[in-house]
Design a protein. Structure first.
Length: 579
């Protein structure tokens, strides 16, 4: 067991190495000639400014093969991304040739004065100072030395108040929750220190989080809900408001990041008026807000971390400094933290993985998303057979209406999991053949009556998602329909669900697949990918990707999981591509 000083030093080293790796990666991109950056998807050239409305910038480009997507930080410039006059933005919408972004820093009048000839590159914001400040605060504060560090080191364990436990069980049972949800709420409510709630896909972890928040607020508790992304915080707050509209709840953060938030948003805690509330309340905010004037020095009774399996230790420290009791909601079998400097085989631990295995966690075991067929493979592969479909979901099947079409043999509701083998060869991070098939299947689903908002497309590579989106934009004229269809990498799909999910594996080059095996075949990625749909999973790819295992024994073990998934699916051979 390392000393506290050693642990803190190791965390600082991690933060600085990550920041350096981020900056070096960006510098490498910026130094690459523009033509190569465009070809690699790192930049867009020839951007025209259509409109500047306050801080909203609307743009148009003639060719967009970039890796950019909503939520990315980008820099607009005239040829030099380091130019002091360059403008820094947050990309809101990527409609292939039409883009929208929020201005973070820069002079908008430059865009109005010279609307043509702009270049967009990847940008980055260095957050290391916030992490380092939190680590120092842990070292210097009583809370850090007496609670946080002993928890991390395994020297301090929770105690359960059984009177509170039984009261919470009775309350949550009356709410109609299932046994695993009742147990999770009761134990988390009754602990004096921390508890972990493992929420496999579709098991209602956000519902549990909301009911738990309600219970804390009823006794006057001040609850902070935090997490890695604004989306996770919004989902949690929206569910809190849905469960009990009377709960005082808000988000503290930049107005640019309100999105689909159904609770009020305030720039700072002082503006919210919540400081005058003497009963309980719920506030949602990123951990970074606690290190700024937005929420600095605001105390909470309970801190709830959503998607905690993606929260690194330094990020968790920011949130833990705001209270003495912590609830971590996550799932180790889903995506781990995303880092730059660490190699995939040296996976960075999340706060959830550090604390799991100590007997302080409850697993939710009923999925309300997946039907019986779609539950079977992830339950057996990742959850020891414990994950079961609910009575409502297990017999659910895809419903098609309208006239049959040429893709009905793939869309067949009676086969909830299918693998469409296109048998192509030598594709790396994009496949036009797969993109055409996937786009055609999406259009066919819409024609057969499925709402575009109920269709999701997942692929490992941004280049492939860009290709599929471009094809769909050409095939679908309606802008509203375009915006509803989600085409993205698995990282952006965690926490979401759709009626139908199409997966484009893209690569069929075994050597290339072997080189990126720790990324491509990572079990958590496969688990998240195949557990997004409610009724239909369609894998589109080439069986040649499975030959990657011949290059490395370690890779062979990773490929085995994908092979088992493909074997589980109904197999459709379509060597000619589109029928």
């Amino acid at each position: 067991m390392s000393t506290d000083a050693t642990l803190l030093q190791r965390l600082k080293k991690f933060v600085l190495e990550e920041a350096n790796a981020q900056w070096e990666a960006l510098e490498h991109q910026w130094k690459t000639p523009l033509a190569q950056r465009v070809a690699k998807g790192w930049a867009i050239e020839g951007i025209r400014i259509v409109e500047v409305d306050n801080f909203l910038v609307r743009m148009h480009c003639y060719n967009n093969q970039s890796r950019f997507r909503e939520g990315d930080l980008v820099v607009l410039h005239r040829g030099n991304p380091r130019d002091p006059d360059a403008l820094h933005l947050d990309l809101y919408y990527d409609g292939v040739t039409d883009l929208e972004a929020g201005l973070i820093r820069g002079n908008p009048y430059l865009l109005k004065a010279e609307p043509d000839g702009w270049v967009m590159d990847q940008d980055w914001f260095d957050t290391s100072e916030f992490y380092l400040a939190a680590i120092d605060q842990v070292a210097d504060s009583h809370r850090g030395r007496s609670i946080i560090l002993p928890i991390l080191q395994g020297n301090l364990y929770p105690q359960i108040d059984f009177a509170r436990y039984h009261r919470a069980r009775e309350w949550s049972t009356r709410k109609g929750l299932n046994e695993s949800q009742v147990e999770a709420i009761a134990t988390a409510y009754a602990t004096n220190l921390y508890h972990l709630i493992q929420g496999p896909p579709g098991t209602g972890k956000t519902m549990v989080l909301a009911h738990l928040s309600d219970l804390f607020v009823q006794e006057g508790g001040r609850v902070l809900i935090t997490g890695l992304t604004h989306r996770a915080i919004h989902n949690a707050l929206n569910k809190v408001v849905q469960v009990n509209p009377e709960i005082p709840a808000c988000k503290i953060g930049d107005q640019r990041h309100t999105g689909d938030l159904k609770a009020p948003n305030f720039e700072t805690f002082d503006e919210s008026g919540f400081g005058d509330i003497h009963t309980g309340y719920v506030i949602g905010a990123t951990p970074f807000a606690l290190q700024t004037q937005r929420l600095r020095n605001v105390e909470f009774d309970v801190v709830i971390f959503d998607e905690a399996s993606q929260v690194t230790i330094p990020l968790a420290l920011m949130g833990m400094l705001a209270g003495n009791k912590y609830i971590f909601v996550g799932d180790e079998m889903q995506l781990p933290p995303v880092t730059v400097f660490a190699q995939p085989k040296q996976e960075v631990s999340s706060i959830f993985s550090i604390l799991s295995g100590r007997g302080q966690e409850t697993m939710l075991n009923i999925t309300y998303r997946l039907n019986d067929v779609l539950t079977e493979w992830p339950s057996k592969t990742f959850y020891g057979g414990k994950l079961q479909p609910s009575e409502q979901s297990k017999k659910r099947r895809l419903r098609l209406v309208g006239e049959p079409n040429r893709w009905d043999f793939v869309l067949d509701p009676q086969t909830p999991a299918v693998f469409v083998d296109l048998d192509h060869k030598n594709a790396t991070n994009r496949s036009m053949l797969e993109a055409e098939v996937v786009a055609d299947l999406v259009v066919s689903l819409i024609v057969r009556g499925l709402s575009p908002a109920e269709i999701g497309v997942v692929t490992p590579f941004r280049a492939q998602s860009r290709l599929i989106r471009t094809l769909l934009w050409r095939m679908i004229d309606d802008e509203d329909i375009r915006r509803q269809i989600i085409v993205d990498t698995v990282e952006r799909m965690q926490g979401q669900e759709r009626e139908v999910v199409l997966v484009s594996l893209a690569t069929s080059n075994p050597s290339f697949a072997a080189q990126i095996a720790d990324f491509l075949f990572r079990p958590q990625r496969l688990n998240v990918t195949v557990t997004r749909p409610r009724t239909k999973l369609i894998l589109v790819g080439s069986k040649h990707v499975l030959l990657a295992g011949q290059y490395d024994p370690d890779v062979a073990e990773s490929v085995k999981i994908l092979r088992e998934l493909i074997d589980f699916c109904a197999h459709i051979s379509l060597q000619g591509g589109i029928p």
